[in-house]
Design a protein around this ligand. Structure first.
Ligand SMILES: [Fe+2]
Ligand SMILES: [Fe+2]
Length: 153
């Protein structure tokens, strides 16, 4: 699978989970906690495969073309913010007064980051890599994802 198509499919899957969690009533703590676990797993795996495979490949290519890779540095920083919020939520009881607010901020962070990736980074990647290269990268991403999913059980 093409790397960009794979990463975009991940983004859409997380957005579906966001919709699910947003449709819950304020007091649906158990369901909120359960859906958060799925969001957490999806985002953790996605961030990991981007950070270990996609971003380094992108960075390497921009370096070779002597273009700046500011986009990648920014992406790493945004991931760090997302992960910090995931860690806060992991440590919190879903019935906590601040749980909804933290979840809301998490979703805003992710939405912003996804938009940046899809409108800038991925667009640039399409110019930097040909289809064959994107397919090869996609295979690497898929294999890493499967490995992480297997390890999670
Ligand atoms: Fe990302
Ligand atoms: Fe992403």
């Amino acid at each position: 699978m093409n790397a960009i198509a794979l990463l975009k499919a991940d983004h859409r899957a997380v957005e579906e989970l966001f919709k699910e969690v947003q449709a819950l009533s304020d007091t649906a703590h158990v369901s909120r906690g359960r859906i958060f676990k799925n969001i957490d797993r999806e985002l953790t795996i996605h961030a990991h495969i981007e950070e270990t495979i996609f971003y380094p490949a992108f960075k390497e290519r921009t370096k070779r073309n002597t273009e700046p890779s500011d986009e990648v540095f920014e992406a790493f920083e945004e991931h760090a913010n997302v992960k910090a919020m995931l860690a806060k939520l992991e440590a919190l009881d879903p019935g906590d007064d601040t749980y909804n607010a933290k979840l809301q901020v998490l979703m805003e962070l992710v939405k912003h980051h996804v938009k940046e990736e899809e409108t800038r980074l991925f667009k640039q990647a399409k110019q930097l890599f040909d289809n064959e290269e994107l397919d090869a990268l996609g295979e690497q991403l898929e294999a890493a994802k499967e490995k992480m999913l297997a390890g999670a059980h």
